[in-house]
Design a protein around this ligand. Structure first.
Ligand code: FAD
Length: 286
């Protein structure tokens, strides 16, 4: 099933992001996580793609196949393009089509000084335009309520996003954020620019200190005062941070669901306890 079809009846979606285990030996443990996640009845599960290297892309495809065949949940395969050439993308498209994997989150990928850019694709929109004629795929794209870190200004960011939608992105999954007002403002800007595809807010419950460090250095999301206070008070208290981080994420999610949004995409970090607790908190709402 194409993910875009979920949104034709205006129902709110619940979806999860997971990542393939780094080692083959850990592939078995993923079943434990998947069993819990799939019992929560998500509309789809997206599987991340490690930048560069065929081993990474094999694991993404294998995990997506497993989700579809063994758990009967629709997978979305993430695919980056900056470090691949057309021939490699052709091969990937063939493998996805052969496996019956229709839904692709088309991404540029992060620039990496130590990995050569192949030059065939500069942006996610190039990947979508190139792959579109190659199969009956449904493309999703990434979006950034607080702008992509490389963005020069908000107007250009929205213009580029519109180009991605015009190229064929039918659903947009957002970068994580901690301030819902940022998402609401972004959603309004998109509507003004006539970006009319579903925008799905991405939420990550922050439950441990290493996640906080990663947030600060990598994603550029603003920390609202209410969230900063949690980090300041409970950053070094594992159990308290778990409780407070979960409650914060849940309050964000409820606020998004009662507002004009199309669903929730949960960054699970492969943690079934986190996903389970969030779903418990919204089971009568979504
Ligand atoms: P693009 O859409 O190409 O945008 C990147 C920048 O280029 C933006 O600033 C944009 O404004 C600008 N731009 C776009 N088009 C043009 C144009 N035509 N001319 C000039 N400028 C332009 N990374 C991974 O490696 N693996 C993953 O699995 C993964 N999953 C992700 C899932 C989500 C939901 C999100 C939000 C991000 C994910 N990423 C992943 C990270 C992503 O690869 C990086 O954020 C990357 O730097 C940008 O990818 P993009 O597809 O958004 O790029």
């Amino acid at each position: 099933m194409k993910i875009s079809e979920i949104y034709t009846n205006h129902k709110k979606s619940l979806s999860f992001e997971i990542f393939p285990p780094k080692k083959d030996s850990e592939l078995e443990n993923i079943d434990e996580t998947l069993a819990v996640l799939c019992r929560l009845n998500p509309n789809y599960i997206s599987v991340t793609f490690g930048a560069g290297g065929s081993a990474n892309c094999n694991r993404t495809i294998e995990l997506a196949k497993k989700i579809k065949r063994e758990y009967h949940v629709e997978p979305v395969v993430h695919l980056t393009c900056l470090h691949y050439d057309r021939a490699e993308i052709d091969e990937f498209a063939d493998r996805l089509a052969d496996a019956g994997l229709q839904n692709i989150l088309a991404l540029r990928g992060d620039k990496k000084p130590d990995v050569m850019e192949k030059g065939d694709f500069k942006h996610a929109s190039d990947l979508i335009s190139y792959m579109k004629p190659k199969g009956d795929f449904c493309f999703l794209g990434a979006c950034y309520p607080e702008c992509h870190p490389e963005s020069d200004n908000r107007i250009n960011e929205i213009k580029h996003l519109k180009m991605k939608v015009n190229a064929g992105a039918e659903v947009l999954l957002s970068q994580l954020f901690f301030d819902n007002e940022q998402f609401f403002r972004f959603q309004e800007d998109c509507r003004i620019a006539e970006i009319n595809v579903p925008l799905i807010p991405g939420i990550m419950p922050v439950i441990n200190a290493s996640q906080i460090k990663r947030m600060i250095t990598m994603c550029g999301a603003a920390f609202p005062v209410r969230f900063q206070k949690i980090i300041d008070k409970y950053g070094n208290n594992r159990a308290a941070l778990f409780d407070a981080g979960m409650s914060y994420a849940l309050s964000q999610i409820i606020d998004l669901l009662v507002s004009d949004t199309c669903g929730i995409h949960l960054y699970t970090m492969n943690n079934p306890i986190v996903a389970g607790k969030i779903c418990e908190g919204i089971c009568n709402i979504i």
